[in-house]
Design a protein around this ligand. Structure first.
Ligand code: SAM
Length: 274
């Protein structure tokens, strides 16, 4: 039920179709990475034409991830992280932040895009406490049962399930709510969920236009309402301050601008399974 990257492949390989854009590589463009191709850059440009703030938004997303992982590892005592839809390795990956807070922290990165495995292998070669798994979260059982996941994660113990910037890449008919429900039931009490998502803004028609561009050109990119996002946290206890624009989640420094589209287009929260 899962795909494995070809053993020994450390760079872009023949099984990576560079002519077809992927979410991982379009996001890489937003973060000024180097692992993207013309087809990815074309969609990135079309998206930036609709919402020029997207690069800033990607940085807000990464910064919230850093604060959340640090909090969950240092303050909540969680040592296991399942980073679903982890994307291409970039500055300060989950395992680096988690291991800074707790040297014993173990991280499994999961992504559908084999380019993530190809690049992740090289980076994680010397870290026994981190793995990259190529799998599809639309088959969540296959993610949890993957031997590399099982090697590092004990599902009888609490785990931090990270769904950062990935649920908007699932269409409604792919049942993101059902996937979150499955994961919530599968993990131990005391586990944490970290979710961020594109958010429909009533005062910003570009949030609707961006969805149109992404769905037509990339095939994914659902911009959900605050109510739809809140639903993902069903059965969980939200940590303060709740589901908020990303810069407002336990900021390290006072936030000067929380009203811009850059601050508000993505919202997210962290919650604990009772
Ligand atoms: N989580 C990282 C972050 O927030 O910085 C990266 C987010 S990136 C926007 C979304 C990632 O989800 C991409 O790398 C994409 O390949 C991955 N993805 C999309 N659909 C997926 C699926 N069904 N299963 C696993 N990964 C998926």
């Amino acid at each position: 039920a899962w795909a494995r990257g070809r053993e020994g492949v450390l760079g872009p390989s023949a099984d990576l179709d560079t002519g077809v854009p992927t979410a991982a590589r379009v996001y890489d463009v937003m973060l000024n990475g180097k692992d993207n191709y013309a087809a990815d850059r074309e969609i990135a440009q079309a998206s930036l034409a609709v919402m020029p703030e997207l690069k800033e938004i990607a940085i807000h997303n990464r910064e919230m991830l850093h604060r959340v992982v640090r909090h969950v590892a240092a303050e909540e005592g969680i040592t296991q992280f399942l980073d679903l839809g982890s994307g291409l390795p970039t500055a300060r990956n989950t395992h680096e932040v988690a291991q800074e807070a707790n040297a014993q922290a173990r991280v499994v990165y999961v992504d559908i895009d084999p380019i993530v495995l190809a690049h992740g292998r090289a980076i994680l070669a010397n870290d026994a406490n981190a793995r990259v798994v190529t799998a599809d979260i639309r088959q969540p059982r296959s993610v949890l049962d993957h031997p590399d996941t099982r090697e590092l994660i004990d599902f009888d113990q609490p785990v931090c399930v990270m769904l950062c910037g990935i649920l908007h890449h699932l269409l409604d008919e792919e049942d993101p709510q059902g996937i979150v429900d499955f994961l919530r039931e599968a993990v131990a009490p005391g586990s944490f969920f970290f979710i961020t998502n594109f958010t429909r803004l009533g005062d910003a028609p570009e949030s609707v236009e961006l969805e149109r561009v992404l769905l037509s050109q990339l095939g994914t990119g659902r911009v959900r309402t605050p109510a739809e996002l809140a639903q993902f946290f069903t059965g969980l206890e939200l940590l303060t301050p709740g589901i908020v624009p990303l810069p407002l989640w336990r900021p390290d420094a006072p936030v000067t601008d929380a009203t811009s589209i850059a601050a508000r287009f993505m919202t997210g929260g962290v919650a604990r399974k009772p």
